[in-house]
Design a binder for this molecule. Structure first.
Ligand SMILES: [Zn+2]
Length: 353
């Protein structure tokens, strides 16, 4: 921002002034962070109204001195996602947490599944005060109810050894298989000077021998949860409701990408392969393989701006290129097309603005 102001307008402005100006602009545009917390009960009521069988649990603490309610935690599990996960994904759940980047802090914990194509499938998420055994226990208990999990038998939980998570899983899901992210374990192991190629090969061979073959899932890292965290990265510095809306609506990702594709220049190389250049960078898109070298499409299941430019080139619709799992009727129909029924119904934000 400092550089842009200097280059565009020839003005020298300090970082502090820029920071304040940006905070003011955000406050004017999105309402203050505190106001969003005040609006949460109305937001949850509105979500509940249009997503009848979904679970939204808002937990507040009452101050005994002034009878004010203070936000504590919020759990969101949309019925369409829970149902889609149970019907179409393997019984493998990745659990992870990430920090919220606003002044009020807090953390977002998420449960993410994998579809048959190894793509990310968000199941449920919570905003909590921080990552600890109590918050993980609260989250997992609610998740177990929504997914009908009893003691974890037949389920696999993948995590990164977060604070309190291991104990929470052991207490609530004693019969689940717990896989710790092998990439993190290897990174720690490597720090202890076990970095030779022979040891590295032995490590990865050994890891595979310890995992169960029941869930038919060979995954030994928590990449899906990390993908989810990076997918929602732009929203983590937004006020709470804006962030929750960002996560709730996959449609926004597709719409954003459609908007951003305007800067892409497409050259058709035959057989549905394209060269795309934008902002000085080049990418190769293969529509038949549903792949772009930026890898966003493969990871998120939603066409990236480069791919959308190519889809427009052949006069097709980007929604038809969203990954099958993300647009099957059990998951995304409602988000992309139907305004009712399956759970991702539009919410009338003006009600609580
Ligand atoms: Zn791309």
């Amino acid at each position: 921002m400092v550089r842009e102001l200097h280059e565009e307008y020839g003005i020298i402005v300090s970082r502090g002034t820029c920071y304040n100006a940006r905070s003011w602009a955000r406050k004017m545009l999105q309402g203050s962070l505190n106001e969003h917390y005040h609006m949460l009960p109305c937001y949850v009521a509105e979500l509940q109204k249009v997503n009848m069988n979904s679970t939204f649990q808002l937990e507040v603490e009452h101050d005994i001195h002034n009878s004010l309610a203070r936000f504590n935690r919020l759990y969101i599990c949309l019925e369409s996602l829970a149902r889609g996960f149970l019907e179409g994904c393997r019984p493998v759940i990745g659990l992870d947490g990430c920090f919220l980047k606003t002044k009020l802090k807090g953390q977002l914990l998420s449960a993410v599944g994998r579809d048959g194509n190894n793509q990310m499938f968000p199941i449920a998420w919570v905003v909590v005060e921080g990552e600890n055994q109590a918050s993980w226990t609260w989250f997992i208990s609610l998740l177990m109810t929504d997914l009908g999990i009893v003691d974890g038998y037949g389920w696999t939980i993948i995590s990164d050894q977060q604070k309190g998570l291991e104990n929470a899983v052991a207490g609530l899901l004693p019969n689940a298989e717990q896989r710790n992210c092998a990439r993190h374990i290897y990174a720690n192991w490597r720090k202890k000077r076990h970095s030779s190629d022979i040891l590295r090969n032995l490590f990865w061979k050994a890891v595979k021998t310890f995992i169960s073959n029941k869930p038919k899932c060979e995954v030994i890292d928590n990449n899906m949860s990390e993908c989810f965290n990076s997918f929602i990265l732009p929203s983590r510095s937004k006020p709470t409701i804006d962030m929750l809306e960002y996560i709730r609506t996959i449609r926004r990702a597709l719409e954003d990408n459609k908007h951003n594709c305007r800067a892409c220049c497409v050259i058709h190389a035959g057989h549905l392969k394209f060269e795309v250049s934008t902002h000085g960078e080049g990418f190769v898109v293969n529509l038949r393989a549903q792949h772009c070298t930026c890898r966003y499409w493969a990871i998120a299941g939603i066409p990236c701006p480069h791919s959308i430019a190519c889809i427009h080139f052949i006069w097709a619709g980007p929604a038809n290129y969203v990954n099958e799992w993300l647009r099957s009727k059990r998951y995304i129909n409602a988000a992309l097309r139907k305004p009712s029924g399956m759970g991702l119904a539009p919410v009338q934000k003006e009600r609580f603005d």
